[in-house]
Design a protein around this ligand. Structure first.
Ligand code: UD1
Ligand code: UDP
Length: 364
């Protein structure tokens, strides 16, 4: 019997995770009816529409338009609206990805209506419950029927939490499917020419974790470190809307503008951002996905966080955690500029075939 599947997206990192699945399931129209659900957690053109274009996703079948709010407001709005969609559309399976509020909210809705949920990117743990994402991961994994993991460490975490082995499927890293599919298109991006920068001669920055940008001291420390690093290398900083808002709220706009060698730009589209990553000398980030993509490109990555739910990017890849102290950030950058880097290796199953492995589970 044909299965009706909802693929849920909400925030920027969901789009590159769901696009490969959308394409794969669509290859079997006799077996699956696939619908794309967008909660609208991210809604700016540059945080949402750009990715539909670059990743070849169709317009969502259902758009919930929830927008921003506090955690309680946003989660409640998603749950209220998606429950209605579930009651009307009656899917057989709901697939959610990652760790954003849309992930947990839609999973809870579905499970309470006895619709089984698959969690893509299951089993990652930072062991830090001050992170909203950790709560979303724990909630979603504890109620999902299929736990689709990116790497073996995630399987071990889930087994240690008592999740039955038959629910856990090591499928690989779905973000890498998008990288493999679109890296040639990204290579052709003209973002370097537009920004008048040269390959290998800049550091790429992304920042948006509340722990880094929602308090004055943290954000001020980071900007001070950037101003020192900018004396040695150009910095390119596509700024997340949360971070832009916080810079202004903390009166830090002038301090950033005073860093001559720093290019502050709008959030980049997928091809442009991938191009910026692959041609950078190194990356400074607090993004989950960027830790993984930089490992795949074997570009050195400094992650401004005390922990990571993606430890394989450190043990096998090019990532390292850096304390939120200006001198630690600057020293780590200087070491990279002095050539102290390691190449790392690409983890198993980060091979562009994750969507195939996921579809195979549901075809069975
Ligand atoms: C969310 C996710 C985070 C993920 C990040 C990816 C949660 C709890 N957090 O964080 O895990 O790493 O997305 O980018 O789900 N805003 C805009 N335009 C938009 C979207 C947001 O201006 O299109 C601004 C609003 O002021 C909003 C703020 O950014 O209040 C934060 O947005 P929100 O979705 O709550 O969290 P993110 O920080 O984006
Ligand atoms: N990304 C992008 N443009 C940007 C910043 C990030 O296309 O300006 C992509 C990045 O390549 C990765 C994904 O967005 O595929 C990561 O999303 P984000 O950092 O917003 O969220 P996280 O992974 O931290 O949850």
């Amino acid at each position: 019997m044909k299965k009706k599947i909802h693929l849920v997206v909400g925030a920027r990192p969901n789009f590159m995770k769901m696009a490969p699945l959308y394409r794969e399931f669509s290859k079997y129209p006799a077996e699956f009816e696939v619908k794309l659900i967008h909660t609208g957690q991210h809604y700016d053109e540059r945080m949402s529409d750009f990715f539909f274009n670059d990743l070849g996703l169709p317009k969502p079948d259902i758009y919930l338009g929830v927008g921003s709010g506090t955690h309680g407001e946003q989660t409640a709005r998603i749950m209220e609206r998606y429950e209605q969609s579930l009651l009307e559309d009656k899917p057989d399976i709901v697939i959610v990805a990652g760790d954003v509020n849309s992930t947990a909210a839609c999973a809870i809705d579905a499970v309470k209506l006895h619709i089984p949920v698959a969690h893509l990117e299951a089993g990652l743990r930072s062991w830090d419950r001050t992170m909203p994402e950790e709560i979303n991961r724990l909630l979603t994994d504890s109620i999902a029927e299929w736990l689709l993991t990116p790497s073996i460490d995630a399987n071990i975490n889930l087994q240690n939490e008592g999740i039955p082995a038959e629910k856990i499927h090591l499928v690989g890293n779905i973000m890498i499917d998008s990288l493999c599919e679109f890296k040639d298109k990204a290579k052709a991006s003209e973002i370097l020419e537009r920004l008048k920068i040269r390959a290998g001669e800049y550091c790429l920055i992304t920042l948006h974790r509340p722990g880094n940008v929602d308090n004055f001291a943290g954000l001020d420390t980071i900007i001070s470190a950037f101003s020192q690093i900018a004396e040695k290398i150009k910095l390119v900083f596509p700024i997340h809307p949360r971070t832009r808002k916080q810079l202004t709220a903390f009166g830090l706009d002038d301090k950033v503008a005073a860093i001559k060698n720093l290019l502050l730009i709008e959030p980049a589209g997928y091809y442009d951002f991938i191009k910026l990553q692959m041609e950078s000398r190194f990356i400074i980030t607090d993004s989950g996905g960027v830790q993984e993509e930089s490992t795949w490109f074997q570009i050195p990555c400094l992650t401004l966080r005390p922990n990571t739910e993606r430890p394989i990017t450190i043990t096998e890849g090019t990532n390292q955690l850096i304390k939120l102290e200006a001198k630690d950030i600057v020293t780590a950058a200087e070491k990279i500029l002095a050539g102290e880097t390691r190449q790392g290796k690409i983890p198993d199953n980060w091979d562009g075939k994750t969507a195939q492995r996921v579809a195979a589970i549901f075809r069975d």
